[in-house]
Design a protein around this ligand. Structure first.
Ligand SMILES: NC(=O)c1ccc[n+]([C@@H]2O[C@H](COP(=O)([O-])OP(=O)(O)OC[C@H]3O[C@@H](n4cnc5c(N)ncnc54)[C@H](OP(=O)(O)O)[C@@H]3O)[C@@H](O)[C@H]2O)c1
Length: 322
């Protein structure tokens, strides 16, 4: 290699890396809607950090009453202080919700039903990865409960209020990783085999199947249900990565991942934009409709998952208001 080749190769590598970064920036969808949310009530689960916090901040800025549903109240109150200071909107509330406990989900839902006259948008944002092979006190696999069973129960319990407030919207945070799911309806608790990444992928596929089944069940009610891949976003969701890969990972993530504000754009778009009025049962990425895996489009699978989930979370027919 000659001396003049090194700088020219270096130049091309840097140009390629910058070009890729520029391409990703161009692809990032931004919610352009200027719609206000005055008089509307929104719940954002997992709103103390990451995508949920930035979603909550944006909706508060638009004048909505925003309920931050958090498992850690201290973190929730800190997020509230920050959101109120940056938006000037005082109507930001913190309530306790731990999705790994069906009792907590029921208590949260009851507190909303007993105190809120309306619910315009429910954003099922909370989620996590890196779960161990552990069962909860409700006898459900921990990751499946936090990412699927908990949000499923919460949504079912709030359907009556959402219907009463129609037109209203349900937004489910899923992930592109749903495409890698080896989904087995008879292994929802991962008792036959366990793989931590599969727990995440399968739960994220379950989010889409739930949103799609909801869209069919809620036809003609004015309540829509859509799902989102927020992009690859630098947030606390990566906190479980092994220490050895963390540093190079964070360096790369800072260069190429979306930040939390960018990651929140598609959730905000589905919550406020007039472009998606009446749109239901769709999957969005970068503020536009995106392609689903074959399994995610499977209506029979969605129906069967719904029926199994109802039984597994102990929902009685009187509790669901379609
Ligand atoms: N970041 C990405 O690249 C990416 C990509 C695809 C999809 N997503 C999805 O986007 C959503 C938001 O993730 P994020 O990236 O913003 O992650 P994050 O910063 O880790 O935020 C996740 C939120 O969920 C909460 N949460 C976790 N377990 C909970 C539980 N048992 N009960 C109630 N809340 C709980 C967390 O609370 P604590 O702070 O108390 O833990 C936190 O507020 C998730 O559903 C995630 O799967 C993210």
């Amino acid at each position: 290699m000659t001396g003049s080749e090194i700088p020219s190769q270096f130049f091309w590598i840097v140009a390629l890396l910058l070009g890729f970064k520029f391409y990703l920036k161009l692809r990032t969808g931004i919610c352009r809607s200027t719609n206000r949310m005055d008089g509307k009530t929104v719940i954002v689960t997992g709103a103390n950090t990451g995508i949920g916090k930035e979603t909550a901040r944006d909706l508060a800025r638009r004048g909505a009453k925003v309920i931050l549903a958090c498992r850690n109240l201290e973190k929730g109150y800190r997020a509230r202080v920050d959101i109120v200071a940056s938006t000037g909107n005082n109507m930001v509330e913190v309530r306790h919700l731990d999705l790994s406990s069906l009792g907590s989900v029921r208590r949260f839902a009851n507190s909303i039903i007993n105190t809120e006259p309306r619910l315009d948008v429910l954003i099922n944002n909370a989620g996590a990865a890196g779960f161990k092979n552990k069962m909860t006190a409700d006898n459900l696999q921990l990751g499946m409960q936090v990412n699927h069973f908990g949000p499923f129960l919460l949504t079912c319990l709030l359907l009556g209020l959402l219907k009463k407030s129609a037109p209203s919207r349900i937004v489910m945070l899923s992930s592109w990783l749903h495409k890698t799911a080896k989904f087995d309806l008879y292994n929802l608790n991962f008792e036959k085999w366990f793989d931590t990444l599969q727990v995440y992928s399968c739960s994220k596929l379950a989010n889409i199947l739930t949103a799609n089944e909801l869209s069919r069940k809620l036809k003609e009610t004015g309540v829509t249900a859509n799902s989102v891949h927020p992009g690859v976003v630098l947030t606390d969701v990566w906190r479980h990565l092994p220490k050895i890969v963390k540093l190079p990972f964070i360096l790369m993530a800072r260069l190429y991942f979306k930040n939390a504000v960018e990651g929140a754009q598609t959730s905000i778009y589905l919550a406020v934009s007039e472009e998606v009025t009446g749109v239901s049962g769709k999957y969005f990425e970068n503020c536009e409709e995106s392609k689903l895996s074959k399994a995610a489009m499977d209506e029979t699978l969605a129906k069967n998952l719904w029926e199994k989930s109802e039984v597994m979370v102990g929902l009685s027919p009187e509790e669901i208001h379609f």
